[in-house]
Design a protein around this ligand. Structure first.
Ligand code: SF4
Ligand code: SF4
Length: 86
């Protein structure tokens, strides 16, 4: 395939921040980082489809969709998905 690179086959998405827009009030769970467990590997930030986890592990909840991918990928179980209070 012309113009493609090996990286094109990787499943890791690279969307821009907030590609699906602001989340609004429908999110059911929000991620909470338990910093004492964190080893700063960066996997949560790498896999977040909304790219809303920064290098300080601050999560922009305006755009976070609560998908739980960050929590699922964390090797130290350092991210808890906590139910939103309505
Ligand atoms: S719950 Fe989903 S959208 Fe929110 S920070 Fe984690 S991976 Fe990103
Ligand atoms: S994936 Fe888990 S251990 Fe790695 S930086 Fe994120 S919270 Fe920390």
């Amino acid at each position: 395939m012309s113009g493609s690179t090996k990286c094109d086959r990787y499943a890791i998405s690279r969307p821009v921040e907030g590609s699906a827009g602001q989340t609004g009030s429908w999110r059911v769970f929000r991620p909470v980082v338990e910093r004492e467990k964190c080893i700063s590997c960066g996997l949560c930030s790498l896999y977040c489809p909304e790219a809303v986890i920064d290098s300080e592990l601050s999560i922009d909840l305006v755009f976070c969709k609560g998908c739980g991918i960050c929590a699922n990928e964390c090797p130290k179980n350092a991210i808890a998905m906590v139910r939103e209070e309505k």
